[in-house]
Design a protein around this ligand. Structure first.
Ligand code: NAD
Length: 473
């Protein structure tokens, strides 16, 4: 067992473990420190298990519409424990997959909690030492030429509201993934991806769900037209919204939890069995010894340069702990870039467009600038739209909700943004992501051949629409 490595990575989420694999591919000796489960939040408590739950909810909700497809079923129902168990099994499978990948690439996994101390060459360009409080007991000090922090983030709470998430009546995403039974009523505070995905899942299972959002519209990072269409589609499914509304107080009540809010100048008290707090996340910057080393931290994230380097030589940070956007694929991309830079390669562009997806019903996906952002940046955007209600495949599939909206730079024709709402748009957004990464223009998208019949034809039509050439309207 070596105690000295080329690279030590702290945290094994999609940022950390992918970075470790790339480091090994580059011939660097590598160790990864993890205090909980390989795969981090994404695989164990985030992206993956929520997708498993959402699939169960989606299939169940589809049963309401069987008649539309000429089908029927005699009895419908669900076993909530089995739904949760399936989600946990999916996570466990992927967690084992990461363990396999670490072994395959001869990456040493050190189980424990890491912190940093000054190394022998600190101040002379040497990386800090890594001290690990081992899960099995005791501690171990390991050293490396380069240390990469990939410690991720955790749920932000609303301390002013008076009741912190307690796992009983007030949940974060963690408890929301593994409850013993499905709540019959639910208040979701925050309408970002986490809030909307849980609202969508529990509504699919029949819960009475109210979403509270402080900003003037739900999914506020999305294009305004998408936010509006999403709220309309969610309301059709029975979801309720208070937008904009401020949460004043959270208290335990006989039936569960009371949430006092103020909306439009009026006070209102909402009651539900459970509240989920989904108001953003904060980077895990604590207890790492950053202050003593003089690492620059901006409130809840570590400040890095264009390659992930922190203010301390030999120390890097990637993923959620290095700041927004807090997305798994951004973390992996940053990690690969960082370690390739360490190895002296010319890594891929760190500023490549980053798509964002919300896996609700309907789904939402986007990349690049919204129309409003383009205008704020002084660009003269050329915008095209195409609704799924006139797309052949969408009609045949009974999935006509939603649309595609594209934003081009009016001057150069460059694709600068794409925004979609509808079934499977999270699988389609990569088309626009690639187009933007390859710096495609309107003419290239318009001249491309999209397969028929697919919902992706709406992407072609939206590009045509921006220039007055739409075919099927
Ligand atoms: P978020 O920042 O995306 O959304 C939080 C929302 O809560 C915002 O709209 C904010 O205005 C609102 N809010 C804040 N304080 C509030 C208050 N007191 N009362 C009411 N509303 C309030 O955060 P999130 O949804 O918690 O997600 C965290 C991060 O994880 C995000 O960056 C998100 O993109 C990422 N994530 C991504 C996915 C995905 O890709 N599908 C899934 C889950 C999380």
């Amino acid at each position: 067992m070596a105690d000295s490595f080329d690279v030590i990575i702290i945290g094994s989420g999609p940022g950390g473990y992918v970075t470790a694999i790339r480091a090994a591919q580059l011939g660097l000796s590598c160790a990864i420190v993890e205090r909980e489960l390989l795969g981090g939040i994404c695989l164990n408590w985030g992206c993956i298990p929520t997708k498993a739950l959402l699939k169960s909810g989606e299939v169940y909700e589809q049963l309401d519409h069987l008649g539309d497809y000429g089908l029927s079923v005699e009895k419908r129902g669900f076993d909530f424990r089995a739904v949760v168990e399936r989600s946990r099994k999916v996570s466990a499978q992927l967690n084992a997959g990461v363990a396999f990948l670490m072994k395959k690439h001869k990456i040493e996994v050190i189980e424990g909690t890491a912190s940093l101390t000054k190394g022998p060459d600190s101040g002379k360009g040497g990386a800090p030492n890594v001290v690990v409080a081992l899960k099995a007991g005791g501690s171990r000090t390991v050293t490396a030429k380069h240390v990469i922090l990939a410690t991720g983030a955790r749920a932000r709470t609303i301390p002013d509201a008076g009741l912190e998430p307690d796992g009983d009546r007030v949940w974060t995403y963690r408890e929301a993934l593994v409850p013993k039974s499905a709540p019959k009523s639910l208040i979701v505070i925050g309408s970002g991806a986490i809030g909307i995905e849980f609202a969508s899942f529990y509504r699919a299972l029949g819960a009475d769900v109210t979403v509270i959002e402080a900003l003037p519209r739900i999914l506020p990072v999305e294009d305004e037209e998408v936010s509006k269409a999403a709220q309309k589609a969610f309301e059709k499914r029975g979801l309720k919204f208070r937008v904009p509304a401020n949460v004043k107080k959270l208290t335990k009540s006989k039936s569960g939890v009371s949430v006092e809010i103020e909306a439009g100048g009026k006070a209102e008290t909402l009651e539900a069995e459970v509240a989920i707090v989904a108001v953003g996340i904060v980077g895990n910057v604590e207890d790492l010894g950053l202050e003593a080393l003089g690492v620059k931290v901006d409130r809840t994230h570590i400040v890095t340069d264009g390659h992930g380097a922190t203010s301390v030589p030999g120390l890097y940070a990637i993923g959620d702990v290095a700041g927004p956007p807090w997305l798994a694929h951004k973390a992996s991309h940053e990690g690969v870039h960082c370690v390739e830079h360490i190895a002296g390669l010319k890594p891929a562009n760190l500023n490549a467009p980053i798509p964002g997806c919300t896996y609700s019903t309907p789904q939402i996906a986007s990349v690049g600038l919204t129309e409003a952002q383009a205008k704020t940046q002084g660009l003269a955007p050329k915008v095209g739209r195409f609704p799924f209600r006139v797309n052949g495949k969408a009609i045949a599939s009974g999935e006509t909700v939603g649309f595609v909206k594209v934003v081009f730079d009016g001057k150069t024709g460059a694709l600068i943004g794409a925004h979609m709402i509808g079934a499977e748009v999270t699988e389609m957004i990569q088309g626009y992501m690639l187009a933007m990464t390859l710096e495609a223009t309107e003419a290239e998208l318009q001249g491309a051949i999209f397969p028929h019949p697919t919902m992706s034809e709406a992407m072609h039509e939206a590009s045509l629409d921006a220039y007055g050439m739409v075919l099927h309207i």
